[in-house]
Design a protein around this ligand. Structure first.
Ligand code: NAI
Length: 388
């Protein structure tokens, strides 16, 4: 009895010192008491309305990533909301874990981090954590983790679909059908084959490489990529891709797909200067992040015909306001942000989010590939572009 009291006291002292709820949880277990509410976990997810009746639509507010039972059985408090503004701000002062998703991004700015003194972990249910101010997270020693790889196939498939939609002029063709029209010439005058075109990806990480794999059977004239983290020669050979500079890529490609994260060096990467240099008539597909492309410069480039078509599913801000000019520019094939949130992907990122939480609460390390920032430093190289 005395021994177990001494053990419990030691644990208590280490808990008080560390101020970490996972240790506190262990302490409570060691006392064999009922576990009190340990951590406050807040999730900000999109509202799905009637669509939430589909139980596999896990990533919406209504279905809560399927985490309620798991969190509450461990004594944690789980608050789920779709509001990204006032309601979220109200919860932040005592939130320990914040779960957000790129599809309905709660912008975790430096101001919000400043109002969240207890925040220890931000989990992105999905891939892409640019909606968190990563520098501010580093300063505050907040860990940012995401479910790496969870939806990369889903996005790669969407990219190939959108490349084909643009190159083959699908959207106006479909428009004729539903409007009761039939004018083959009007569609065919802007339709091409993908075969024999030069296609390049800016970023050849998990998504970029999967796009290259899927494009190989289309017999493009050349496949190119730019990335400061080059592929291995074996990976390059397997898909027949050549590593080039960003400058060379934008000048030589008939089709460009953007697959790098949004960070300091990629914000507005596609600006007026770049649009002036691209091959006239280029198609661009961007499922990476809206803010990688200068909003108004793109509209001008599409209107002038320098860019023949633009597609993707990412906007800034999200949800895209009704008057966002990309909705109304000519020759686009944009969708709302859903490429990475297919039902298959949702299952994977819901499971991955649970895994990150389990590790955090058990005091076990989060998988290194899921870490974006930790202990005040970038853990992922994808957000740290070296100076030239
Ligand atoms: P990844 O980390 O596997 O690959 C990203 C690659 O981009 C890395 O190789 C990195 O070195 C490279 N990169 C960084 N800056 C670059 C630059 N300036 N130029 C060229 N390459 C650069 O990431 P993954 O899984 O391929 O995802 C990429 C991005 O796609 C995410 O960060 C996210 O923003 C976006 N995404 C979008 C989704 C959607 O639903 N639309 C879903 C998943 C990811």
């Amino acid at each position: 009895m005395l021994q177990s009291f001494v053990r419990a006291k030691k644990t208590f002292l280490s808990v008080t010192h560390a101020g970490n709820s996972s240790l506190l949880h262990k302490f409570c277990q060691s006392l064999h008491t009922s576990t009190p509410s340990l951590a406050k976990v807040v999730a900000v997810l999109y509202e799905a309305g009637a669509a939430a009746k589909e139980p596999r639509l896990l990533g919406c507010k209504e279905n809560e990533l399927g985490l309620r039972k798991f969190l509450e059985s461990r004594g944690h408090k789980y608050i789920v909301m779709s509001d990204k503004e006032k309601l979220l701000d109200r919860e932040l002062p005592d939130t320990e874990v914040l779960i957000t998703t790129p599809f309905h991004p709660a912008y975790v700015t430096a101001d919000r981090i400043a109002m969240s003194p207890k925040l220890k972990l931000c989990v992105t249910a999905g891939v892409g954590s640019d909606h968190v101010d990563l520098h501010a997270a580093n300063k505050a020693k907040i860990t940012v983790a995401e479910v790496t790889g969870s939806n990369v196939v889903s996005v790669a498939e969407h990219i190939v679909m959108q490349i084909l939609a643009l190159v083959r002029n699908f959207v106006p063709a479909y428009g004729q059908v539903i409007k009761g029209e039939w004018n083959v010439g009007d569609i065919a005058k802007d339709a091409f084959d993908l075969e024999n075109k030069v296609v390049g990806t800016v970023g050849a990480g998990r998504i970029g490489y999967r796009v290259l794999e899927r494009l190989k059977p289309f017999h493009c004239k050349e496949l190119l990529y730019s990335d400061y983290q080059p592929l291995t020669p074996e990976m390059e050979r397997a898909v027949g891709v050549k590593h080039v500079s960003f400058e060379e890529l934008i000048q030589r490609c008939d089709v460009i797909t953007i697959n790098c994260p949004l960070h300091d060096k990629t914000r507005n990467l596609f600006n007026k200067d770049v649009f002036d240099k691209v091959k006239t008539g280029v198609y661009i597909v961007n499922t990476a992040r809206g803010a990688i492309v200068d909003r108004d410069a793109l509209v001008e480039a599409v209107k002038s015909g320098k860019v023949r078509g633009y597609a993707g599913d990412v906007w800034y801000p999200q949800p895209a306001p009704k008057d966002h000019p990309w909705r109304y520019m000519p020759r686009h094939a944009m969708t709302p942000h859903y490429s990475g949130t297919t039902l298959d992907a949702q299952m994977r990122y819901a499971e991955g989010t649970k895994d990150i939480l389990e590790r955090y609460f058990d005091g076990r390390p989060i998988k290194p590939e899921d870490l974006i920032v930790q202990d005040g430093q970038f853990a992922s190289k994808a957000y740290v572009q070296p100076e030239k």
